[in-house]
Design a protein around this ligand. Sequence first.
Ligand code: B3K
Ligand code: ZN
Length: 876
Amino acid sequence: MDIARTPSTPDGNPHLADAPPEPREPPVIRREDYQPFGWLVPTTHLAFDLEPEQTTVTATLQVERNPAATPSPILRLNGDGLKPLGVEVDGEPVNSWAMEGDDLMVTLPAERHQVRVVTRLNPAENSQLMGLYASGGMLCTQCEAEGFRRITFFPDRPDVLSTYTVRLTGDKHAFPVLLSNGNKVAEGALADGRHFAEWHDPWPKPSYLFALVAGDLVARRDRFVTRAGRQVELAIWVADEDLSRTQHAMDSVKQAMRWDEDVFGREYDLDAFNIVAVGDFNMGAMENKGLNIFNTKYVLADVDTATDGDFDGVQGVIAHEYFHNWSGNRVTCRDWFQLSLKEGFTVLRDQLFSEDMHSAAVKRIEDVRVLRSIQFPEDSGPLAHPIRPDSFREISNFYTATIYNKGAEVIRMMRTMAGTARFRVATDLYFARHDGEAATCEDFIRAVEDGAGLDLSQFRLWYGQAGTPVVTASTRGENGELVLSLRQTTPPTPGQPDKRPMPIPLKVAVHDRASRTLGEERLILLDEAEQEVRLPFTGSTPALSINRGFTAPVSLRRDVSLDELLFLATCDDDPFSRSEALQELAVRHLVHRPDAAGRDALGEAFRATLADESIDDMLRGELLMLPGMSYLMEQVERGDPGELHARREGLKAWLGDRLGDEMRDHYARAAAVPFALSAAAKGARKVKSAILSYLAAADPKAAALIAAEQSAAADNMTDRQGALMVLAGLDLPERAEQLAAFFERYRSNPLVIDKWFAIQAMSAHPLVIDQVRELERHPDFTLRNPNRVRSLFMAFTGTPQGFHAPSGEGYRMIADLILRLDPINPQTAARFVAPLGRWRRLEAGRAALMREQLQRLADAPRLSRDTYEQVSRSLG
Ligand code: B3K
Ligand code: ZN
């Protein structure tokens, strides 16, 4: 393109051509089109003159031609909604630039130049929460994936690494704290009540890891000494009133730092590590180099306001972001198709950390529950994609359970096949080889091959094929052996009609029911479409324990007797396998064969679980959970969620009735355990809430009394929330009283008020639709805060009688929300499309109503790129 001849615009600026109308179809970006960027940017200097409504950014880039790229004199700097207020090359204002769409194209004649661009932003008006925005009086940033281009013009792609120096200038009173990446190198007072701070980050990084924060914040401070003796100043920055709720986050930081040294040999590499909590945030947290920015939800926790689950969430997310310092920051991604390289690996790392901090078995069961209730439906629906996608229109839509959780499972399989020690050799090799680079999933696989000595040629299919493999297992006895026949198929997914067999590592053991002998565990590899494996077995009543510990993220179909399932549910030595057998008993009864024999077997398994003194309460509470609705809906072809829910509630009532005495005894025992954050006390609370939900289904009035007592006696949020959740689903007078009391008590704490919204929106109350409509008009509801929006509406999408109301009203409410939210915050709006994309799994009436709403969205003018992509894929 000839830059000098860009057409003039009416305002006389030759560079700003009339913006072309937004194309209806945002372009598709393809993995195979990757090209290295034409220029390197060794250093970047950013100067921010911070004002909430008018911030000026001066970006000074040293650029030089990239010898590895096709030579071109044109430097493309990405922008998003920006205008350049001035462009200088080598210190002189120039005219040799033009806009191409949102991007700034600068013509540079020589090998090396300095390019300076000035932009102006209005953070206060930034409701998308991408780029620089205002939240509760402070200014902060979110750049991943493509938010940096909303701050200044830059090659905003992860393979352009640069060393940043950042100077922040602002009003000393409004912004006493000025933070950016790396180490603070200078600070001082200026005229007119302003001051400045200068930060330098010695580690080259891509623009998505840039961050700044300016605000009136206080810090909890601590110190960590690394294995090599580096003193790291730790600080967690929050609003003054939140300081008392930061100790758990600080403890978690130190645990994560130590664990990463011990288990992965990774040390921290700066003198400071800062974390800031922000109330308005699109996701959980962000791993910006040396300056992690967090949703308050994953920093603040104390006993009065956070549940046990919240405490674990804080610890897990703090660890996740910290671990990114190596898996993501020191080694970053070449392009966004490689997202799972950092996210899948880091999720695995945070899962392993939490396994080590708590009960490994319970953590594994929890992680599999999340995978199966969120990722499996994604993998079987219109939004299915491989963990390394081939194309996208908007990368924000690909921060998915598939990239994160299935990505972690795929790497976990490599670890299982390699063994822990050889996997460590492989990850050491990966970090050593690619430190300071932007790497690919292929680089990771190669490091595992070389480091662990595995041949992963066929295993690479896991990166390219979407869909959850279905493994069918059957057995027959033969001459002192058990012959295990295995078959695998992966269903078609969008754009991938045919799948090839993949290597599936399965840990198995064969137990003998009659003699109650537990077999030895061994690892087998299913890598063909059909395969027979011979396992030594001399008994006569085998019980096959398969996919122990969930070694492979597959759906298992096994032809198994009730006796066998009951044995596995009560006697298997692998806790995951026990939980699996219990889930299978429930699925069998609720979905496939609703007979009395199956129900009795489940009753027996529950009775044994309640009575088993060899397990702790954490595991007991876990085992007592029935499969959730989302997983159950996955098991039916075209289901009626209302009917399935009613069956599930019926089963709960039956269990609560049949095992009422045992359950009440356990409840009383658990209620007597004094509050502590120990595993035993947490387990007791978990058992209590599980039992309460059965008792409520069996006898709502009696359970309401217990819940009200629990709430009155509660000295912690877990008990209080557990009681309120039960009451919120009941049509009894206690409901309103308790909800009002809870609101009054916590009205000044936004995170707890989020719970208050969610508890009501997710309840099984018959009038949940009316309640959500009313809550939407509540003075504390706002579309501008993603936590609040999710508390009300994401919670609602899980309700069988609300979201899935046969009238279609629930679907309409979500479509209405998307239309209102899209212009404000497209990233968050697009997240609500997935629940509407499940129409293929629903009975015809609801499927048509859901499609109608998707079509209504598709017909709406001016949808964001984010929402457009999700809607068109979901209709597909
Ligand atoms: N890397 C960020 C996620 C960014 C999401 C951008 N839409 C947090 C994380 O996964 O650790
Ligand atoms: Zn992450």
